[in-house]
Write a protein that binds this ligand. Structure first.
Ligand code: A2P
Length: 339
């Protein structure tokens, strides 16, 4: 069976990756439609060797005939258009944060809670979690099932591509100017210079002093793991890396998990690769995992300050497993089991 698929926000960093991942994974696409803003009028993007014209979202009268729509065009477009696509018969897999905490919208990481996909029937919408949350919950799932995670403390080292194409261009322009000995262009995508700098500020600040990105990790983890008792605290940081997010994760468990046991559990879990051989300088690196679909874990060691705790270093490609690949995996479950 083949499906009519749409990518909304097709010209963006994530949208382009969605098109690529659909092709790479041989998703059963009958017809692909691409949507973006007026800025992209007349543009064409390649899919399976064919040039597909980009349609202007706001000028499209209806969305009939689309079976599955992958959205990555920002939260306000998702709020407005996801229900319209759904009303016209599509199932929307939405990469924005707009619908994630809606109790009627499932929030899915296929390795963790694939059964939740069934909840698309409520509103015709499935939410793709935040990139940092996705790569954290995949390896934590087998550890939670084995030893019950009580608390998670996470600090992130997030690539600029998570903030879109303009953020990639901004880091490039700043580095170029610096190397040429010129004055750096004013920051636009970020609140401060990102070249040679780290910014403890992703998304907006909330009343509790945390950023919205940090609270996404707190709230989304509980929803995906289906466990309101897991305590989570996060510090999210933008670093001058183009592709791939890294995370230093500390967990406290009810039952002790030795590093050896953790390596065994992680090695046997789908979508996880253990790279943990410090003697040979082997641990996951952003520049090495870029382009890969798995989540990489290393530096697995005991937290010697408590009875039952572990420290881990978790790295994944934020545009792939953190966004496009996870969305296409959700679409695969829809295609194979529901539509
Ligand atoms: P466009 O390229 O036409 O602006 P990124 O996160 O990399 O910046 O990408 C955002 C994506 O969302 C782009 O494809 C962008 O299209 C799309 N987008 C942004 N605003 C709108 C809009 N008002 N209508 C449709 N698509 C939009």
């Amino acid at each position: 069976k083949e499906f009519n698929v749409a990518v909304v926000g097709a010209t963006g960093a994530v949208g382009r990756m969605m098109i690529r991942v659909l092709e790479e994974r041989n998703f059963p696409v009958k017809n692909l439609r691409l949507f973006a803003s007026e800025r992209s009028r007349g543009q064409k993007l390649k899919f399976r060797g064919e040039e597909i014209p980009v349609e202007v979202l706001s000028e499209t009268p209806n969305f009939k005939g689309i079976d599955i729509a992958l959205f990555s065009a920002g939260g306000s477009r998702s709020l407005e258009y996801a229900p319209r696509f759904a009303a016209d018969g599509a199932v929307v897999v939405d990469n924005s944060s707009a619908w994630r905490m809606d109790p009627e919208v499932p929030l899915v990481v296929p390795e963790v809670n694939p059964h939740a996909v069934a909840g698309y029937k409520n509103k015709g919408i499935i939410a793709n979690p935040n990139c940092s949350t996705i790569q954290m919950v995949v390896p934590l799932k087998p550890l939670h099932d084995y030893g019950r995670i009580k608390r998670i403390v996470v600090s992130t080292y997030q690539a600029v591509s998570g903030a879109g194409q303009k953020a990639i261009d901004e880091l490039t322009a700043q580095v170029r100017a610096w190397c040429a000995g010129e004055t750096l262009p004013e920051p636009k995508a970020f609140p401060h210079q990102i070249a040679f700098n780290c910014l403890p500020h992703i998304d907006v600040f909330l009343d509790n002093g945390y950023t919205k990105e940090e609270m996404k990790m707190v709230n989304e983890t509980k929803k995906i793991m289906e466990d309101e008792n897991i305590r989570v605290t996060a510090t999210t940081v933008r670093v001058p890396v183009f592709f791939g997010h890294a995370e230093a994760v500390n967990i406290e468990t009810e039952k002790k998990i030795t590093p050896e046991k953790a390596r065994e559990l992680l090695s046997n879990f789908p979508g996880v690769v253990v790279v943990d051989d410090p003697e040979n300088k082997a641990y996951p690196l952003q520049i090495q995992v870029a382009g890969r679909d798995e989540v990489f874990v290393g530096r697995i060691r005991e937290d010697e300050s408590i009875e039952s705790g572990l420290n881990l270093w978790i790295v994944a490609d934020n545009l792939r497993k953190g966004a496009a690949t996870n969305a296409v995996q959700i679409a695969e479950i829809l295609a194979q089991e529901y539509l």
